[in-house]
Every structure is written in C-alpha cells, then in structure tokens.
Design a protein around this ligand. Sequence first.
Ligand code: ZN
Length: 411
Amino acid sequence: MQTWSTTEVPKVPGVPRPLRLYDTAAAEIRPLAPGRTAGMYVCGITPYDATHLGHAATYLAFDLVHRQWLDNGHQVHYVQNVTDVDDPLLERAARDRDDWVVLGMRETALFREDMEALRVLPPRELVGAVETVPEIVEAVSKLLAGGAAYRVDDATYPDVYFDHTASGRFGYESHYDEPTMARLFAERGGDPHREGKRHPLDALLWRMARPGEPSWESELGAGRPGWHVECTAIALGRLGDGFDLQGGGSDLVFPHHEYSAAHAEALTGRHPFARHYVHAGMIGLDGEKMSKSRGNLVFVSRLRADRVDPAAIRLALLSGHYRTDRPWSDDLLGAASARLARWREAVARPAGPDAADTVARLRDHLSDDLDTPAALTAVDAWSGQALTGGGVQSAPGLVRDAVDALLGIRL
Ligand code: ZN
C-alpha cells in the first residue's frame, strides 16, 4: 500500500558511529552489523483507532535507528505492515456499524498524516495483510505440509494452528517461563482454550470463514490469516531471513515476536529470523499504561488539531529513553516546547560556539542504544552557550543540520 512522503535528510560532517542496541533475545546491548543495505521490519498498526502517543514513541525510536544507519552510509530497507484485517478492527467496525474496510482505510490515512507531521522517515514498503493473503496462504500451507502446523479437531471450523515447538527454539526471543507465556498469550489475543488444539500455546495461523466475517478463498479453504504469520510472511517475502532488526513495542515481545520468529524458523529451517529484536517502552498517562482497553489515550491528531507543534511532541517523547516505560504529561510537553524554542533561538543566531564536539557527542549518545536524554542535553549545552553570543558563523547551521538528520527535528 501507499507509504507516506519523505523529508530530506542533511548530510552531517564528521565521523559517524556504528549503532549498538539492546537486543531482547541476547539480553544485552550489542552492535548491529548491517551490510550495505540494512534490513528493518517494524510491526505496524491495526487501523481501528487513531495513532496515540504510545505508537508514536515506538515509531520514533525506529526512526532514530533509520537515521543512525543513514548517517553511517547504509541504505535502509525498512518494511512495516498494517494489520488491516484482524479481530480488533472487525469488532470496532461492528460496534460502530462501520464498514471494516472503510474504517481501516480511514485510520491508515490518518496514521500516515501523523507520521509525516512527526517527520518519521517512511518505510520503503508499507504492506497490508489483505494485499499479502496469497503469500500468507503459501506460508501456512508449507507449515502444514512440513508438519509444523495442524488442523484442529473441529468438523465445522478446522482452523489451522502452529505447533509452537516446531522450530525447536521457542522461547529464545522473550526468555519467558511457561506461566508467563500462558498469561501473556491469553491477555494479548491468544486463545488458550480453543477446543481441539494440541497445546494451549499453539497459535492460530488460518481461521476458517465464519458467517459475517471477511474471508478469502484459498487452498486452505476460505478464511483469513492469524496475526503472527502475517508478519512472518511479509518480512520473509521482502527481507528474507536473518535481516538486521525486528522492532515493535515491548508488548510485542510475547507472543507476537516469539511466534513470528518461530513460524519463520520452522518454515526456513534457519535461525535467526532477525538478528536483533528491539522493543520500545510504553507511554503512560496518570500512572497507567496508555492503552485502548483503558481508554486513556492521547492522540497525535488531537494534539495537532490543538495546534501543538509536532516537533514539540517529538522532542517530548525523545526526552525519555526509548526502552523505559514513561509518563506523558502536559508538563512534559510544556518543557519540550520551551526547549524547542531555546534551540530555535540559538540556531537563529549569526554565530555560535564551535559545534564539532557537540555533533560528536550527539553521535556518541545516539549510537549508544539511542541515549536521547543525553543527546538532548548535549544540544542544550551548545544552545545555552550560543545564546550568550559570539563564536563561529558555521556553528548554528551545523547544529541545525545535525539535529535535523540525527534527531529528526527541524529547527
Ligand atoms: Zn508484527
């Protein structure tokens, strides 16, 4: 499907730093080692509601990864999916007496606008589940043929499930014990009590058509895909296996990323699916995680409608470390707006203190597991000095370009 518009990324003089990131599977910060083209797959939205700040924080984290790779001279093959058919979308459409296709298109369009406003560089490929049904069917058929999947013992709806032990490595990504897996599987869209399954942790691959539900004719019988295998098929089809990074919010550590990896590894017989599994923390409001079920969402589009500068939203979200769960508040936004105004005032000066060291610090901090709080402090220090006057004429332009290229903030 159509992605969103890109923005120019200035080239920044000086020496780039190779990126190191925390890998959930390895449970440590370690270097990525992309080739000429870095491959990144980030799990996208289910378009039944507008983009909230939790989503925005996740896509901003991976936008910074994208920008550090560009700074290091890599091409970036970035793939993101849109889960444009799934239970939450169908349930919301039914609740609101809306057409699920129209709802999905409307919310996807709003998501593109929000990403553009936040200056998130677009993925090279934004891929819908619906448009990839034939690829998903092929993957599920192969898993069935290879004995990694089976049909439940149900004459009416012989849905296809994945034998979670089929890859032989289940659990390597999350490292969760079985009680934790069982709890999260049930909480996050799994169906442990589906009758006819061989094991409660086996995950849905293909759901046979029910009356009133959308379905696609296929060699598996009319039906629709499960969620995890959608990402498996989309990623393998575009990036192959062993690509550099799979990313998403920390609520995707399990089950989603564990299963998409297990499906892929059972399919290809190769390990790993992704070489780094990277997860962004959750954004909270009034002491609770921002989530649809709690109804405590702050939407990017709402803030934009209230004339909040998207650069201030971006700066507010980047003021905390991407891996930490952190609260959103009006104070946080206020502080980011004040910081943005200070930075803009500083780069508008005809001269400023020599900025080569500031740019080097910016790169050091960002290459160190995206340490944005420290990176922002480095820009604060330069701005504070610049506002006292004097210095070299090229410095404000250099800081403006570095903040634009590496942090995605246009001053
Ligand atoms: Zn995914």
